[in-house]
Design a protein around this ligand. Sequence first.
Ligand code: AMP
Length: 420
Amino acid sequence: MVFQSLGIIDSILKAIQEEGYTSPTPIQTQAIPIVLQGNDLLGCAQTGTGKTAAFAIPILQLLSVNKQYNKKKTIRSLIVTPTRELAIQIGESFKAYGRHTGLTCTVIFGGVNQNPQTAALRIGVDILIATPGRLLDLMNQGHLTLNNVEIFVLDEADRMLDMGFIHDVKRMLAALPKKKQSLFFSATMPPEIVKLSGTILQNPSKVSVTPVSSTVDIIKQFIYFVDKGNKNDLLIDILKNTAIKTALVFTRTKHGADKVVKVLLKHAIKAEAIHGNKSQNARQRALTNFKDQTTRILVATDIAARGIDVDELEYVINYEMSNIAETYVHRIGRTGRAGAKGTAYSFCDAEEKEYLRDIEKLISKKIPVFENHPFPLMDHNPVKAIKQAGGGGNSWGHSRPKSAGNNNQKKKFGNSKYAR
Ligand code: AMP
C-alpha cells in the first residue's frame, strides 16, 4: 500500500515524502478514506500507531480544497487533546504535513503566558490545536469563536476523562456548530467513553488498530527483580552500558523523579526530570535537550510522559512498576515507535510483584527475567513471606539467582548481557 492509492493530493504527498514515510500505517489506511469522504469516525488507537497523521492528512486535504473560502482566517478545524506535549506534537505534525498547502495552524495550552497565543489567534488560523482548559479560557475572554468549525477532533478521549476534563469537554461541545464532521479517538473504549462518543458522532465509521496487548510485541522487555533500596545502584550499573545513548526513566511520583535525577547527576550522568510541577518552559527545554541528546536520561512521571514522541528512543526503564497495567503499555510504547527497535527494563521490588502479575495478564505474556544482575531481590516482603512460608522462588516459575549473602557485592555485567 502506498499513500498515492489513498487519493491524497500532491502538495500533501510531497510533504509526507519529505517526512520519510514510505507507506501508510494500518490506522492511516483505514481512517484516511473515511475522513476524506466526510464521515464521522470512531477510532480506537493509541499514540505510536500513526494516529495523528491519520486525522491530520485528510483534514489538511479537505480544508485545502476549499481554501479560498477562508480569506478571513476563521478556525475551520479544532483538535482538542489532553496534554500540552500532545498538543505541541500534533501542531508539529500539522505544520509538517501541511507545509505545502498554505494552511495555517496554531497551538494553545495552559501554564504559559497567553499573549503569544492570542496574538496568533488575532492574525487568524485555519486549524487550532488546544488543550481544553486554555481553549475555554480564551473563548470566554472573547479571543476565539468556534462558530465556523467544520471538522472537530477529540483526541485521547479516555485520557481526557481520566484527567477530569469531562465538564470542559461538554462546555466546549456546546460551543461548536451542530453541523460538522467529528472524529473521536481513544486508546480504550470503556462504557463512559462509548456514551460520550454517542453524543458527538453521527453514524460513525469505526476503525480499531493494535489492541493494547499487541503493540508491545516488537519491544524487548526484561524484568529486574531488585530491592527498593538497590534500585539506584542498579540503574547506575545499567547505565554504564554505553550502548544506551538515551533512556526514558519512569517513576510513579514527581518527588521520585526529582530524587532519581539527583542520584544520576551525582554520578555524572546528565539527567533532567519532566513532570507536572515543572513550568511549561522547563518541560519543553528538558524535552528538547533529551531529543538532541544533550541530556542522556529523561526521568518522567506518567502524565507528563504521555505523548512524548522521541524518534529513535530505544530504551525505556521503569524505575517503579506502575500500579495500573495499561500504563505499562503506554510507558514502553514510547520506544519501538513506527517499527523502530525498542527495549524496556522494569525494576520490580517485592511489593510490586502484584503489579507485574496484572501487567502480564493484560499483555498475555510472561516478561523474561534478567537473571544474574548484581542486585538480586533479597527482601521477600515479610508479610507475604509469612503467608507463603516455605515457598521459594517467585510466582512465575523463573529461577532467580540465589543471593550469595552480601547485597552490595557487585559482579560486573558482561557486555554480552546487553547484546540481546
Ligand atoms: P502517532 O501515533 O501519531 O503519535 O505517531 C507515531 C510516530 O510515527 C510519529 O513519530 C510519526 O512521525 C510516525 N509516523 C506516522 N505515520 C508514519 C508512517 N506512515 N510511516 C512512518 N512513520 C510514521
